[in-house]
Design a binder for this molecule. Structure first.
Ligand SMILES: [Zn+2]
Length: 92
């Protein structure tokens, strides 16, 4: 449960669905609020489980191409780690 005065989007944080500014603010809050830290840990565990809870299928080529292009253009995905992931996905 999130503390009464907390309005941090912990679900969004766990799903990596926040803007860079929102993510930064949420991580700063979680670092100092034990209630939200516990809740975030639970949400992150659930978010990780969601990724493995369904059968994996290869996306249609146009969907893969569109997602990779949007990822390339996103400022959130401009780190060396993401460039490696994008390169590996393009090599499939
Ligand atoms: Zn909190």
């Amino acid at each position: 449960m999130v503390g009464k005065s907390c309005s941090t989007d912990l679900a969004g944080l766990s799903l990596d669905a926040l803007s860079a500014q929102e993510e930064h603010a949420a991580r700063r809050h979680v670092a100092v609020c034990s209630t939200c830290d516990r809740t975030y840990s639970e949400f992150a565990e659930i978010a990780a489980a969601l990724g493995t809870a369904v059968d994996q299928v290869a996306p249609p080529e146009h969907v893969k191409r569109d997602v990779l292009e949007r990822t390339r253009r996103s400022s959130k995905c401009n780190s060396p780690e993401w460039r490696i992931i994008i390169h590996a996905a393009n090599s499939d």
